[in-house]
Design a protein around this ligand. Structure first.
Ligand code: NI
Length: 390
């Protein structure tokens, strides 16, 4: 097993950190204790610089290599937040906070990056600077964006950025990624159709928003079927449909529906928004009603740059015998995408073995994946910024 021996030695410590974080999950930007734990560990390792409070509760730290002849700076990122899920994993180190759980393995990501930081601060076998990025609010709060807006990339001179995520279903220690789109964008829309309520027996005196809304739901599927280039992937789902009436003999005055658009194609994203607005507004008008479309931009497509994906794969192959460089993209969204919009970089999946998917109450992070993740970060740094290459 070509993981670094040092990480095999450190696995017990890193696993203990991971399980401590697992017992104390925090949500969104409210990751004060987690961030404090990260800062404490980083101080113990003797990193060169620690700056908390970036992107509200994110932590940025710096480790300088033995030399710096080329001025290279690499960012390594982990997410710290948990989910509002009641844990049902049955592990003996389960969440101590009812209704909160590290069900996406961000406790594992944080512990892995801490492990890598410990090693890099101890060895410093690289020519350049490593910037450690511990971000809050990955789960729907756009913490990655908040850190970027706080000047993360420019302030620390980050030139390229890398991150990993555990992946249930992929064997433990296996890696998978691809050049280009890896995770989808996720936007939300709400459509409010206003007509004229009335008696169910007198439709001619009303404008039936249930009928109009239903026509809009059907017509929206033509966006994917008829507007999007068929070689691109777009999913459009209407998830809720609510009338303002609860009675069988009333024509609803107003209908509200909410949905989501996910795509791996940044162009398709803009097209979908434009078509949803047109279809909703014009369909409503055709029936004498009005539709208002509220569009909420979510996470962008996570797009890996070609060159950096090459480095990510090279490091993965040095660490593991199971590396897939042409993984299929997946439709969840990830806010590392905001960092990849600012700098080239790569995101990689690390196998978590068999078991429930992320966001499931019985999900369990696989601690045996830790040395692979740590070794990947270390290989990446030492290969991308080799000593004596100046
Ligand atoms: Ni996650």
């Amino acid at each position: 097993m070509p993981i670094r021996n040092r990480f095999a030695q450190m696995q017990e410590d890193i696993t203990a950190w991971r399980r401590y974080l697992h017992q104390h999950p925090e949500l969104l930007y409210d990751v004060h204790e987690t961030a404090a734990f990260v800062v404490e560990r980083l101080k113990e390792f003797g990193v060169d610089e620690i700056t908390p409070g970036i992107g509200k509760t994110g932590v940025v730290a710096v480790i300088k290599g033995k030399s710096d002849t080329k001025g290279r700076v690499i960012g390594l990122r982990a997410d710290m937040d948990a989910l509002p899920i009641h844990e049902a994993s049955g592990v003996d180190y389960a969440s101590t906070v009812p209704g909160k759980m590290h069900a996406c393995g961000h406790d594992g990501h944080t512990a892995i990056l801490l492990g890598a930081a410990h090693y890099l601060a101890e060895t410093r076998n690289f020519d350049g600077t490593v910037v450690l990025i511990f971000q809050p609010a990955e789960e729907g709060g756009a913490g990655g964006k908040a850190m970027c807006e706080d000047g993360l990339m420019d302030r620390w001179g980050i030139q390229e950025v890398y991150g990993l995520h555990n992946m249930p279903g992929l064997p433990v220690g296996a890696f998978a990624t691809r050049v280009g789109p890896l995770l989808a964008s996720a936007d939300e829309f709400e459509i409010v159709v206003t007509g004229k309520g009335g008696h169910a027996a007198a439709p001619h005196e009303a404008v039936d928003t249930t009928l109009v809304g239903a026509q809009i739901v059907v017509a929206l599927q033509s966006v994917v079927a008829r507007n999007i280039n068929p070689v691109h992937r777009v999913v459009l789902t209407v998830g809720t449909f609510a009338t303002d009436s609860n009675a069988s003999n009333v024509i609803a005055h107003q209908v509200r529906m909410k949905g989501t658009v996910r795509t791996l194609d940044p162009e398709g994203r803009g097209l979908a928004e434009a078509r949803i607005r047109e279809i909703a507004e014009h369909t409503a008008k055709a029936y004498g009603a009005e539709a208002e479309v509220i569009w909420t931009e979510g996470y962008p497509v996570t797009v890996n740059s070609a060159e950096q994906t090459g480095y990510a794969l090279e490091a993965a192959r040095a660490v593991s015998g199971q590396v897939d460089g042409e993984a299929a993209p997946v439709m969840p969204a990830e806010d590392f995408s905001f960092m990849l919009q600012e700098r080239p970089g790569a995101y990689i999946f690390l196998g978590n073995g068999e078991g429930p998917m992320c966001h499931h109450p019985a999900y369990i992070f696989e601690d045996d994946a830790i040395p692979f993740g740590c070794s990947w970060f270390a290989e990446l740094v030492e290969r991308r910024m080799p000593l004596g290459a100046g």
